[in-house]
Every structure is written in structure tokens, then in C-alpha cells.
Design a protein. Structure first.
Length: 304
């Protein structure tokens, strides 16, 4: 729960992001209100193309199977603009905040500066603030999501800006303690020039993170594919957690969320542990630099 007493007013800043070849910047839409709404969730949303049949679009793209041609637009602003115009109300991809909260508390302290990339029409950042996190920044490739995320704020010294997750040059190097990604890397992996765009994004994430900062990636991509990208970042220490897909989860969870799974090189232990076609989301916790000690200290701070 958040701190006792009157609830402070926080700022979640909304940035319109677009590709580097897009037009001139537009003003950021933002608004101040008095009290945050409680946890809100939208129960249904339109699936990814091909998802109706139970396919995994990001994994299909990674394996060369490829989803429908529309998936190649997942990295484009116009696709999400059109999609969000058709989807009223908020929705959280992959996992809702309460399901991931124990893991966030393990790695992230309430006072740290956090960035949510590809926030869309999610209320994840709002839920974090309601749970006691104090400095959360949201960015997305679409401007249509902004009206869904109007929440209380205090003024921070920040300029309105237009930004691309693959080119976040308006953020100073080492300016964030953590970056949270629920599906943004997956979207890039479904689009054109997927490997190049994913590498650009990860390089930017690495740049804006402080030493011992955390990149938390929630994804469909299993280790045989995602680790190829993540291990290219030589200064990252990677831990893997798994969680059942929230749409199909029951009260009996097979996996302990806060306990990482083994990621030894050239080992079959992970595949044997997960079994064939596990119905899970993978959570890669990537710590920049010598992050072993920092993870323990952050967990202690978050518990206080």
C-alpha cells in the first residue's frame, strides 16, 4: 500500500513518440486532476492479427513463421492510432499490475525514476503510483492513448517532446533507474527491420539506464530467441522469471514469480523445467553493469 496521510500528486508525463522520419513535433497532451482513480482494468480487447487462433505473433516472427501482413505495422504509429481509436477504455497487455507487483517490489524501490515504454492505453503506471511509486514516466508511439491516461501530477521540470523508443535522445544518459516493457520489444520484433529496430531500442534502453539500472521485459519470447538479443548487451546481467498468462491463470500457480529460473549457457535444464509449449509470459530482468549487489539493496529499499 502507499504511504499514509494525504496522497501526494504525481506526474506521469506523456510523450508522443514516432519514427525518426515522421513530421515535426506536436504538443504533448497532459492534464492535472486531484485524485487518482483506483485500479481499473478493461477485460476485453481486440486481439493481435493471428492471435485468435492461439498463435504467438512475436514468437512467429522470431521463428520465421510470421503472422499476418498487418503485424508488420506493429512498429508504426498509424497502426496504433487506428487501433486505439477503435478500443474505448484502458487495457493492459500481457499482465495486469497486481500480478506483477511482487516482482516490481523485489527489484524497484518506490523513490526511483521509472520509465514505461509503449504504455498504450494501459493504466499500469497509474496503478504503480497508487501503490506508492513516486516518479513514473510513460511513452508510446501513439498519441491516441493520452486521453485514457489522465491522472494526478505534480510539476516536474520537463519539456514537452516527441520521441521514438529507438531514439530517446531527449532523455539524458543514465537518467532512469528502471525501464519496464510489456510488449514493445515484441511489437518491434513483428515489424519490418525487426532485428535492427530491436537492437536500436535495447541500445537506447541501456544508454538511459543508470549503472545497476533494471530493464524489465515482459514478453512472449522464450529464451532461445530473446536471449540472443539480450546477451548482445554485454554489460547486462539477465535473470528470468515466468508467470502464467493472466487470461488463463487459476488459483493454483505452477511458478513462483519472485524466484528466478536457471539460465546457464548450453544447458537443457530450463527447457526440461518449463516443459513443451509452456503457457507463460517470460520476464527478463536485465541489470546494467555489476548488478548483483544492487538487486538485493533495491529489494530491501522496496520492502521498507
Amino acid at each position: 500500500a502507499g504511504p499514509a496521510g494525504p496522497r501526494p500528486r504525481f506526474l506521469i508525463q506523456f510523450f508522443k513518440t514516432a519514427s525518426c522520419t515522421s513530421g515535426p513535433p506536436h504538443p504533448v497532451a497532459s492534464r492535472i486532476t486531484e485524485e487518482p482513480s483506483r485500479l481499473r482494468f478493461r477485460k476485453q480487447r481486440a486481439p493481435f492479427p493471428g492471435e485468435e487462433a492461439g498463435s504467438d505473433p512475436s514468437t512467429a516472427a522470431m521463428t520465421g513463421g510470421g503472422p499476418a501482413a498487418a503485424s508488420q505495422a506493429y512498429g508504426e504509429a498509424w497502426y496504433w492510432d487506428e487501433r486505439y481509436r477503435k478500443e474505448a477504455g484502458p487495457f493492459d497487455w500481457y499482465q495486469k499490475y497486481p500480478a506483477l507487483a511482487p516482482l516490481l517490489r523485489l527489484y524497484l524501490a518506490p523513490h526511483q525514476r521509472l520509465l514505461l515504454v509503449g504504455c498504450g492505453n494501459s493504466v499500469f503506471g497509474e496503478n504503480m503510483i497508487d501503490d506508492g511509486y513516486q516518479d513514473v514516466v510513460n511513452i508510446d508511439i501513439s498519441s491516441v492513448y493520452i486521453p485514457h491516461n489522465l491522472i494526478p501530477c505534480i510539476s516536474l521540470d520537463w519539456q514537452d517532446m516527441k520521441m521514438d523508443v529507438k531514439n530517446m535522445s531527449d532523455f539524458e544518459s543514465g537518467s532512469f533507474d528502471a525501464v519496464i516493457d510489456k510488449g514493445t520489444l515484441d511489437s518491434l520484433m513483428c515489424g519490418q527491420n525487426s532485428q535492427e529496430n530491436a537492437t536500436k531500442m535495447l541500445e537506447e534502453v541501456n544508454r538511459i539506464l543508470k549503472e545497476n539500472g533494471v530493464y524489465m521485459l515482459i514478453t512472449y519470447g522464450d529464451p532461445s530467441y530473446r536471449l540472443r538479443l539480450l546477451k548482445d548487451m554485454e554489460k547486462w546481467t539477465v535473470k528470468l522469471h515466468v508467470i502464467e498468462r493472466w487470461e488463463k491463470s487459476s488459483n493454483q500457480n505452477k511458478w513462483e514469480l519472485t524466484k528466478p529460473l536457471p539460465l546457464e549457457d548450453h544447458s537443457t535444464s530450463l527447457a526440461a523445467l518449463l516443459g513443451p509449449k509452456p503457457d507463460v509470459h517470460y520476464i527478463y530482468v536485465c541489470v546494467k553493469g555489476n548488478g548483483g549487489a544492487s538487486v538485493d539493496s533495491k529489494a530491501g529499499e522496496a520492502a521498507n
